[in-house]
Design a protein around this ligand. Structure first.
Ligand SMILES: *[C@@H]1O[C@H](CO)[C@@H](O)[C@H](O)[C@H]1NC(C)=O
Length: 364
């Protein structure tokens, strides 16, 4: 017995040492050398770009004028798992996709669906009691952070830093407007209670019960009152005339996704937007910034009413296959590969470009 046990353990040890050596060797041989070369190449490219940028004398130019709509919110950012623990929500044994969230159980199922692959998602919470509970619990978490949120204000802030004069379409509270750059003019109504978005972050390798996240990402929930109605659109349209933008950017439309609109309400809003976009002068570039959509009717409306007016589109590597599957007439991809290969994404971009240009040729 003793001898057998001894030989077993020495075999195990031997095996462990061999695989450790292989791992260490592989690590030493491949990773640092290749990474260093890649880093050096990237550093060269980036510093050359910065040198090229410095050669341009922007003081001699008028500030580019950019109009950006719509919406905005206050983000509260927390650790997702810490928040679920705080409200006592146990990991659901049944990961399920929900288009919107009605109760705590659906929240647990939905989080269990997106958390393991580390896929980004944004969901409307229909239940205001539940949403208030989540926000209250988030306020009490020690590591929470607040920030100005929403695609439009974030893009506006960046553009102002880059030297642009910005017209921002959104309905904000007075203290929000105070913290914006002097180069941003707000067009929209003033509201007392801004919409809050709750950003549940998690790092790669985080655990929630039996689940482990494969990559870092965020699960976002909101229960907006203002953003889905594009409440700033009329005022934005009025100010647009005099502002004469070089570029018109439209984003934030994902807040309409799965929102309980009355019959015909959403179509009317998007029809109004289409009119606004179609009346932009030809010298104004139009950019549409997509985001995460799951409602295929809304995506269909966007394809009819917004995409035809856009000169450029912005989206991430998960939203791209989503739009592509819509154009192919198949179901919306709810969960796409969170780590796609660069070559795959490039192929998808070419395919999207081909499909859209074909479509527009047919339109003419
Ligand atoms: C809404 O959420 C609250 C709090 O979690 C819950 O008590 C209630 O049953 C939910 N309502 C519906 C209709 O699911």
């Amino acid at each position: 017995m003793a001898v057998e046990g001894g030989s077993m353990s020495s075999r195990v040890k031997y095996g462990t040492v061999v695989s450790l050596v292989v791992v260490v060797f592989a690590y030493w041989y491949r990773s640092p050398v290749q990474d260093a070369r890649l880093d050096e190449r990237l550093d060269n490219v980036l510093s050359s770009l910065l040198r090229a940028e410095r050669k341009v004398d922007i003081d001699g130019f008028a500030r580019p004028r950019v109009a950006i709509g719509f919406g905005g919110c206050v983000d509260i950012i927390v650790d997702g798992v810490a928040l679920l623990d705080k409200i006592g929500l146990l990991p659901s044994a049944q990961p399920l996709h929900h288009d919107y969230i009605q109760n705590a159980e659906q929240l647990a199922q939905s989080f269990a669906y997106f958390f393991p692959p580390g896929a980004a998602s944004e969901r409307f919470v229909m239940n205001e009691t539940l949403f208030s509970q989540l926000v209250e619990a988030s306020r009490e978490l020690p590591d929470n952070r607040w920030s100005v949120g929403g695609n439009a204000p974030v893009m506006a802030g960046r553009m102002a830093i880059e030297g642009c004069e910005v017209l921002l379409g959104g309905s904000f509270s007075p203290d929000f407007t105070d913290v914006l750059s002097q180069h941003i003019t707000v067009a929209g109504e003033t509201v007392e209670e801004p919409d809050i978005h709750l950003i549940m972050e998690y790092p790669a390798g985080a655990t929630w019960g039996q689940y482990t996240s494969r990559r870092a990402n965020r699960y976002i929930v909101h229960s907006d009152d203002h953003n889905p109605y594009l409440t700033s659109m009329a005022e934005f349209e009025r100010k647009l005339q005099g502002f004469k933008p070089d570029l018109l950017v439209v984003g934030g439309l994902q807040m309409m996704d799965n929102f309980p609109f009355k019959q015909g309400e959403r179509e009317a809003l998007l029809g109004h937007l289409a009119k606004l976009l179609s009346s932009a002068p030809p010298e104004t570039g139009v950019h549409f910034e997509m985001a995460s959509f799951v409602d295929s009717n809304l995506l269909g409306d966007l394809q009819e009413l917004v995409l035809p007016w856009a000169d450029s589109l912005g989206m991430n590597e998960q939203e791209l296959p989503n739009l592509l599957s819509l154009l192919h007439g198949t179901a919306v991809t709810v969960l796409s590969n969170p780590n796609p290969r660069v070559a795959t994404v490039l192929d998808q971009m070419r395919e999207l470009y081909r499909l859209l240009t074909e479509r527009h040729r047919e339109d003419r």
